[in-house]
Design a protein around this ligand. Structure first.
Ligand code: DX5
Ligand code: ZN
Length: 225
């Protein structure tokens, strides 16, 4: 996975929840590099999703998978983060509005052996990343307002991807991955990649398709195009 230029992260929010394990297996077989795991708390976002017990079961069935936990919770703190790390998270991102001690929480995630990221809502300025570059492994740029799958990408957020890319190159020699979340499709993935994103969350574009292998193929072809 590490040598791939672009990574696809299938988001289980759009999976068939009554056969979650089989859908994840299908997505991994189809070529999803990462499994994106959205945690919603009815408070930070107007929806409610998966607790750590779901992740624990998935980790048991897929010991080698990369699980990318996107925390849309308020608060985001050590206790919340630890419950998902104990359950088998590989990457963890949280929103800075929900955490007054972002530097400390990023450090904590890294010290526990996971990749640490900050997630930015469409209206959250990229300046929130300032002074945190040495603690960031990735930045998750929301290209829709978080809470639901199947929304349309907000074009201004693609401009934000290029702004963040420029800032990262200027501020640190470390390679920071930019992950884009929301409304990604085979039609717009190339433009987002050109802006500097390397990781693409795909919910409806992957799990919404009957043939997941064909969906991955179309997304990869979009990247080539
Ligand atoms: C939205 C979630 C996304 C969602 C994306 O709040 O963070 O991960 O699953 O779904 P699509 O790809 O359908 O926009
Ligand atoms: Zn997400």
């Amino acid at each position: 996975m590490a040598d791939k230029k672009f990574l696809l992260a299938g988001s289980i929010l759009s999976a068939d929840l009554l056969k979650l394990g089989d859908d994840v297996e299908d997505a991994l077989k189809a070529g999803s590099d990462i499994i994106h795991f959205d945690v919603m708390d009815y408070h930070f976002v107007p929806n409610l999703t998966f607790g750590p017990m779901f992740l624990k079961q998935l980790r048991k069935r897929f010991p080698d998978a990369v699980f990318d936990v996107h925390l849309m919770t308020d608060p985001a703190n050590d206790q919340v983060v630890d419950s998902y790390i104990d359950a088998g998270a590989s990457w963890i991102s949280f929103h800075p509005e929900a955490c007054p001690h972002a530097e400390r929480l990023l450090a904590h995630i890294q010290e526990r052996g996971c990749k640490a990221g900050l997630a930015l809502n469409p209206s959250t300025p990229p300046q929130m990343l300032s002074y945190l570059w040495e603690r960031l492994d990735f930045v998750l740029v929301m290209t829709v307002n978080p809470g639901f799958g199947g929304q349309k990408l907000i074009p201004a957020c693609v401009t934000k991807v290029s702004d963040i890319r420029r800032m990262a190159v200027r501020e640190t020699p470390r390679r920071i991955l930019i992950e884009v979340d929301g409304g990604v499709s085979a039609q717009n993935i190339r433009e987002i990649a050109d802006a500097g994103a390397r990781v693409f969350v795909v919910g409806s574009a992957l799990f919404g398709a009957k043939d997941r292998a064909a969906a991955v193929k179309a997304l990869r072809a979009g990247l080539e195009g």
